[in-house]
Every structure is written in structure tokens, then in C-alpha cells.
Ligand binder design. Structure first.
Ligand code: HMS
Length: 251
């Protein structure tokens, strides 16, 4: 650890420790759900109450990830010196995650993978049409395509924010690249990454076998509204703030 660590308030220290733990563990979901090969994906989580987020080191095996080697960054993507993990380079997508946190204050988690079927749609630059109820539930419509953008500046982050702002979907397929997902927290963003790959696979196979049947918009609205507000348990992260996104749909 080089540099001098800033002194955080005890509540901030506790929040950082919790997010380090969550983000380290959630990378296990990427491998468990078959969303990544080698080191090709990343999870980050915002530290509640602070202008900070936690992300994994770049190119490090998922087996080695632990709370103490997660990397604490500010919202410009700078590593906080002197903190655990700060001696290593953060994920190559740190600038994109940071851009999302700066411009979407409601977002508490960001995930990127190269999951196979979602990447296949991204390679064609084709949005995934909303033709299965699980998509209407989880994403409230189609999964949009974001612009082609390469690592090196803010263009990936800008593409994510511009595509997802005002959109129900928590997933964007960056053209020729792959899915980025957002969520209320890191776990919620990981769930979106799992679900986008699942629907990408189902709709791919469906289209191979025959014409797709669209779901009427009023039915999509009802399904989305119900899933966001009724499905699951009170207190689920998804339910917080879902009302403002669900439109006028009645249950
Ligand atoms: O897509 C890319 C690089 O083009 C990255 O997301 C992927 O290789 C994962 O990189 P990190 O190990 O997070 O630096």
C-alpha cells in the first residue's frame, strides 16, 4: 500500500468494509453462472453515504479475489492511496463504472461481462426484443444497444449512461463489446447480468426456430409493474424507487 490512507468516519469505514466483502463475493456469481471466462468481467459497488466505490483489480483470477484486495476508488476512478488493494491496477473498466456513478446517483452497482449470448447480440448491434415474460418482468421491454466505444476515455461510460437514462432496462449491450448492467446495489446489478444472459440465450434459440411473437405493450407494462412492486419480498432492493420507473400501468 503506497501513500497515506485518508481517515474516514467510522460509519464510512464500516460501509467500505461491507462493500469490499459484497463485491469480492459477488465475483463468484459471475463464474457460478457461467458469465465469464478467465478474468473477463467485473463487479463494482458504490459505498453508501460516500463518494467512493469498490472494484476488482484488473486481470486477477477470480479465485484470488478477497475483500482486502478489492480496490477503493473515488468517483473519478482514482485509486484511494494507502488503502488495502491500492498497490494494484484497478479493473480496466474503472473509468466506465466511475462515469456511471457520477451521472446516475441512483445506481449502487455496475457489472460488465462478456457472457456469450449477450455478446452475440452486441456483435450484431441488435437489441433483444421483448418476447418473453421474464424480460418484461425484469427489464420492462427490450434490451437496448449502446454505441461502439473503446477503453481509454469516458466513451463507454457515456454510452451506458446515454442509453440507460430514462430506459427501464438495467442492461445495455455495448455494440461489438458486451453487456453492462446497473442496479440498486452490486447484487442487483449482478442479477441483471445473469438475467440478460438468460434472456439473450432464450430469444436467440427462439428466433432460430421460428418467428418471434411480440408481447403487447400493455401486457409488458403490467408484467413489469407487478414484478417490480409485488413479486418477492418487501425490502428487496429492486422495489425501492421502482414506482417512478413503472409508469401508469395498473396491476
Ligand atoms: O472488456 C474488457 C477489456 O476489453 C474488460 O472488461 C475485461 O477484459 C475485464 O478486464 P479487467 O480484468 O476488469 O481489467
Amino acid at each position: 500500500m503506497s501513500g497515506t490512507a485518508p481517515e474516514f468516519e467510522p460509519e464510512t469505514e464500516a460501509a467500505i468494509a461491507q462493500v469490499r466483502d459484497d463485491v469480492a463475493k459477488l465475483h463468484g456469481e459471475l463464474t457460478r453462472n457461467g458469465l465469464v471466462v478467465w478474468t473477463g468481467g467485473n463487479v463494482s459497488g458504490r459505498v453508501p453515504g460516500a463518494d467512493l466505490f469498490v472494484i476488482k483489480p484488473s486481470g486477477v483470477s477470480y479465485d484470488e479475489l478477497a475483500p482486502e484486495n478489492m480496490i477503493l476508488c473515488d468517483l473519478d476512478g482514482n485509486v484511494i492511496p494507502g488503502t488495502p488493494g491500492s498497490d494494484r491496477s484497478p479493473s480496466s473498466d474503472t473509468a466506465a463504472h466511475a462515469y456511471v456513478y457520477r451521472h446516475m446517483p441512483e445506481v449502487g452497482g455496475v457489472v460488465h461481462t462478456h457472457s456469450t449470448f449477450a455478446v452475440a447480440w452486441a456483435a450484431r448491434g441488435e437489441e433483444i426484443p421483448c418476447v418473453i415474460t421474464a424480460m418484461a418482468d425484469e427489464f420492462g421491454g427490450p434490451i437496448p444497444i449502446g454505441p461502439f466505444a473503446i477503453i481509454g476515455d469516458d466513451s463507454i461510460g457515456r454510452g451506458i449512461v446515454e442509453t440507460l437514462t430514462g430506459h427501464r432496462s438495467r442492461a445495455v449491450l455495448m455494440q461489438n463489446h458486451g453487456p453492462f448492467t446497473i442496479g440498486k446495489n452490486a447484487k442487483d446489478a449482478v442479477k441483471a447480468a445473469v438475467m440478460v444472459e438468460d434472456v439473450a440465450r432464450s430469444v436467440h434459440f427462439a428466433r432460430e426456430a421460428g418467428p418471434l411473437i411480440p408481447i403487447p405493450q400493455h401486457a409488458i407494462d403490467r408484467l413489469y409493474d407487478r414484478y417490480q412492486n409485488v413479486y418477492g419480498q418487501t425490502g428487496d432492493a429492486r422495489r425501492e424507487g421502482a414506482a417512478e420507473q413503472s409508469g401508469d400501468a395498473s396491476r
